[in-house]
Ligand binder design. Sequence first.
Ligand SMILES: [Zn+2]
Length: 71
Amino acid sequence: MDDKRLDHKLDCKACGTVRMDIPENATEATPVHCSSCGAYLGKWGDLQDDFYAQARGTQAFDLNNGNITRK
Ligand SMILES: [Zn+2]
């Protein structure tokens, strides 16, 4: 296991992947769903807050088209 991965806040609770289906014109209030299984993950604003809170300082992760990748 890779212990440097993001914590489970951003993982899909249903299938465990970190792939978000984010609409192009997403706003803070846009609901975001898992691109693998379609489960609701949360509001885009909240997910962004979680992502940047975890990525800040480490520069270890990128958020590209909804897919979180490790640099
Ligand atoms: Zn899923």
